[in-house]
Design a protein around this ligand. Structure first.
Ligand SMILES: O=P(O)(O)OC[C@H]1O[C@H](O)[C@H](O)[C@@H](O)[C@@H]1O
Length: 541
């Protein structure tokens, strides 16, 4: 983490720069787009609408260097235990290391195991897709239900929707919430004879997943008998002994390793439902896209390096300009679940308040991450983005082309809207411009007085835009890896551990203690008055 002087230097520069609006910065420099954009293959990052100049970028790059970004990056790729509180390496990059170059953990090359699991997944996925691997009554699987939560759900669920045009396998459903409504609504339309369940849990102890798995098992047993259960279940986990205890056949268990964080696990066997949906070849392209970003992240100079640039701007927005949120706005309906996916990736990784050494941080860390696809969001919350009192930097994502050649006119409208939003956020509309427009429309002086202030857009609101050719499996893999490394860059500058998640533990512990009380056992006097009051109200009638 940069010392207070460096941080002050950054803030001072930001204050100086803010005396010139984004509009002015564009007016002053015809080359601003060329200067503040960068690419990785066909993926373009335009950050020229962020409130930076060359000096800001130099200061930020120096910050990254002082924070030891390059050493930390090397340590991650080399399998050093950079997740210090759990004493684990962080090697999701090995899972997509399509080059197969050795990656060592405790002196052992993990690549052969990675390829073995990928091959086993491929064989299983092909079997299910071809109908060679059937349910207990010999019928082919028409539906796959993935039961998992957090990192064992969000990645495959988000990607299955994102890659719908490539989906040529059985229908895939995702059940995560312990709310019985989720599994009940999902199973309502399914036939036990043709349904395969994948129980996905890194630890195989997560209460939600185990509860849903138990319900699914009962559902199969009730329809087809106990002996049929084995034929309808597969599992993905690092805790193989626990999977065996649950009773899932060995040849249907796909392992991964404790050096894969849950929110970084889509590249592992956690991707199995996605592979069943799109097929092993497309899944390999997805891994290849991520691998391409890994290469770019390791090799591109800092100020041409997309994850580094996005990370530096993230820190700039958070710590120099004081913005506490960022909005993820994909102009792509199939990326509807990307904001939710990035919420876990970003907020579980960088929502931290102590440094690696356990000292309180003296900078603001991870921002609030949220969003919705455009154009839907425009008709809901963009009002606040344009005229609210809180400035929220926006991240737009859009493809040159969709997958619906017959509907190219839809795509043109989508693109026009995406561009219009970042332009409006940047330029705004001044009171003079508003009055001019109103007068041109024949408004009288009274109308001008009352209406004009409401129609002013302050502008000067930063955004960045990512553009790729098309949302292919390769492009999706590259996009996710970009965001993963961006989170890493920010975490290094903040000097926090981006790979643990102790903040989720207290709630789990308290829920376990509260469960008997919810069931009606006597409450504990130690509970606060609010919890006691709510418990009383929530007891079954
Ligand atoms: O895969 P599992 O072990 O079931 O864990 C599922 C999820 O639950 C935890 O609470 C963590 O916060 C997440 O990081 C994790 O992805």
């Amino acid at each position: 983490m940069p010392g207070p002087e460096r941080l002050q230097q950054l803030k001072d520069h930001a204050a100086r720069l803010q005396t010139r609006t984004l509009r002015t910065l564009f007016a002053e420099d015809e080359m601003r787009f060329e200067r503040f954009s960068a690419s990785c293959g066909d993926l373009l990052l335009d950050y020229s609408k962020c409130h930076v100049d060359a000096q800001a970028m130099t200061l930020l790059a120096a910050l990254a260097e002082t924070a030891g970004l390059e050493e930390r990056r090397r340590a991650m790729f080399d399998g050093k235990p950079i997740n210090e509180t759990e004493n684990r390496p962080v090697l999701h990059t090995a899972l997509r290391n399509q080059a197969g170059t050795p990656v060592y953990v405790d002196g052992v090359d993990v690549m052969p195991q990675v390829f073995d699991v990928l091959a086993a997944m491929g064989e299983f996925a092909d079997g299910v897709r071809a109908g060679d691997l059937c349910g207990s009554t010999g019928k082919r699987f028409t539906d796959v239900v993935n039961i998992g939560i957090g990192g064992s759900d969000l990645g495959p669920a988000m990607c299955t929707l994102a890659l719908a045009p490539y989906h040529d396998g059985p229908a895939v459903h995702y059940v995560s919430n312990v709310d019985g409504a989720h599994i009940a609504d999902t199973l309502k339309a399914l036939d036990p004879e043709t349904t395969l369940f994948i129980i996905a849990s890194k630890t195989f102890t997560t209460v939600e997943t185990m509860t849903n798995a138990g319900t699914a098992r009962k559902w199969v047993a009730a329809a087809l008998g106990d002996a049929a259960v084995g034929g309808h279940f597969a599992a993905v986990s690092t805790a193989l002994a626990k999977v065996t205890e649950f009773g899932i056949q060995d040849d249907r268990v796909f392992g991964f390793w404790d050096w894969v964080g849950g929110r970084y696990s889509i590249w592992s066997a956690i991707g199995l439902p996605l592979m069943i949906a799109i097929g092993p070849d497309a899944f390999h392209e997805f891994l290849e896209g991520a691998h391409e970003m890994d290469r770019h992240f390791r090799e591109a100079p800092l100020l041409e390096n997309l994850p580094v640039l996005m990370g530096l701007i993230g820190v700039w927005n958070r710590d120099a300009l004081g913005f506490s949120a960022r909005a993820i706005l994909p102009y792509d309906q199939r990326l509807a679940r990307l904001p939710a996916y990035l919420q876990q990736l970003d907020m579980e990784s960088n929502g931290k308040r102590v440094t690696l050494a356990g000292e309180p941080v003296h900078m603001d860390t991870g921002p609030l991450v949220w969003g919705e696809p455009g154009t839907n969001g425009q008709h809901a919350f963009y009002q606040l983005l344009h005229q609210g009192t809180t400035v929220i930097p926006c991240e737009f994502i859009v493809a040159v082309q969709g997958h619906e050649p017959d509907l190219a006119h839809h795509h043109q409208m989508l693109v026009a809207n995406c561009l219009a939003q970042s332009e409006a956020l940047m330029r705004g509309r001044t009171i003079g411009e508003v009055r001019e427009k109103l007068m041109a429309a024949g408004a009288g002086e009274a109308d001008l007085q009352t209406l004009a202030p409401h129609k002013v857009f302050p502008g000067n609101r930063p955004s960045m835009t990512l553009v790729h050719d098309q949302l292919t499996p390769f492009a999706l893999g590259r996009l996710i890896a970009l965001y993963e490394h961006r989170v890493f860059v920010e975490g290094v500058i903040w000097n926090i551990n981006s790979f643990d998640q102790w903040g989720v533990e207290l709630g789990k512990e308290l829920a376990t203690a509260l469960l008997p009380m919810v069931r009606g056992e006597p409450g504990s006097d130690e509970k606060d008055a609010s919890t006691r009051g709510l418990l009383a109200r929530l007891r079954p009638v």
